[in-house]
Write a protein that binds this ligand. Sequence first.
Ligand code: CUA
Length: 330
Amino acid sequence: MILGISIVIFVLVEGILIFSIIRYRERPGMPNPFQNHGNLKLELIWTVIPTLVLFVILFFTIRGLLYVAPENEPAASASQPRMEVTAIGHQWWWEFYYPNYHVTTADTLEVPVNTTVHVKLFSNNVIHSFWVPALTGKTDVVPGHDNTKWFVAEKEGTYTGICAEYCGTQHANMRFNVKVVNNNDFQTWVSGQQQAATAPTDALAQKGAALFKNQCASCHGIVGVNLKQFYNTAQECTDLPGGKANGTPQCLIGPNLTHFGSRNLIAGGVLDNNTENGNCDPNNPKLKEQCNLAKWLNDPQGIKPGNDMNIGSLTNEQIQQLVAYLEGLK
Ligand code: CUA
C-alpha cells in the first residue's frame, strides 16, 4: 500500500517537474516570468494533502506493527512440542548448543518441523542479531543480557539466517542456515551428533588427525580427540577466547569439528561444504580450486579477512591430509 501511494506521488511530482522543465524553459526573447510572493490557497493545499497522505501511511504502519507483534510462546503440546537451543554469536560465526541433547554444532541450526524452538541468545563479545527472515524477526544478541527468541517452522526445508547487527568487518559474512527436518530425521541426526568422532582408518586421514592434534587443537575441539564431551560455550565458558571455565572442559575459540563432514556450510556460512562430485577427494588434482575446505585451509584470511583462523601456510600434502580427516568426520 505504501509503495503504491509512493509510486503515484513520485510519478505525479516528477511528471509535473519534467513537463515544467520542457514547457517553461527559457527561450530567446522571453519576458520575465510572473513574480509571485505567496499563494495562501496553494500553500494550504500542498500542506494538507501530504499531511493526509502521512496519516494514511501511519494507519497502515500501525496495522503492520500489530500484525508482526510477538505472540506469547505456545505451551508444549503433543502436536507441537518444544525444544531449547542456545545460539552463540561469535565474531563471525554462529555456534548452536542443544542443552537437552548435549550437542554442539556450527553454521547450521537443525530443528524438527512443527516444534516450538526456544532460542537463548548469547554473546560474550559484541552485539549480534539473530535473524531468519522466513521464520522469525530479528532479536539482538547482547553480551550480559539474556534475550530469547522463539519460532515454529511449519515446512521442512532450509532457511537462510544472517546476523543483522553490525559486529565487525565480517558482519556480512556471519551467516547460518536453519535446516528443518521431520521428527525421525531429527532424532537420527541427534543420535549421530552425540557420538564421539570416529578414529580414521585410512593413512592419509590418520596423518590429518595427527596434524589436527598438533596445529588445530588449541582453537578447535573434537570430542574423542581433545575434548571429553560437548559443552555449552554460553554457560561453561565465560572467558572466551582460549580460557578455561570449571577447570575442564577447555573453552575453545573456533567451532567444534566433531562431525564436521556432516555439515553443509563451513567458514561461518560463507562457503558450502561442497564434497559432491569428488571435489574434496584428497587425490583430486584440483583440490585447492574445487574443494571449499581446501580453499579455506589454504587461505582463510583471503576468504574472510580478519577472522580468527590465523594459521601458517600449509603444504599441499597437509591440506590433503586435513581434508581427508575432516571430511571423514560424518
Ligand atoms: Cu554478528 Cu553482525
